[in-house]
Design a protein. Structure first.
Length: 74
């Protein structure tokens, strides 16, 4: 996924040729193809989509961090 996100087509090809799962998703539900699409790496999108048919499961509800900040006035 990192290679797809950074536009590294050669690396994507090597990883897939050696058994990387193109349908794996990150914690937000993006596949490598989805990340390539998000960052406008069209060659990677074309390469992956023409060989694999993966389904993204992107969260429609924005993730909320559990960290809370507060301001206390005396």
């Amino acid at each position: 996924m990192a290679a797809a996100e950074m536009g590294q087509l050669g690396t994507v090809k090597v990883l897939l040729k050696n058994g990387a799962d193109p349908c794996t998703t990150d914690k937000e539900g993006h596949t490598a193809e989805g990340l390539a699409k998000k960052y406008r790496h069209g060659e990677i999108v074309e390469y992956v989509s023409s060989r694999f048919h993966c389904q993204e499961n992107v969260n429609v509800i924005p993730r909320v961090d559990s960290a809370v900040s507060a301001c206390v006035h005396p």
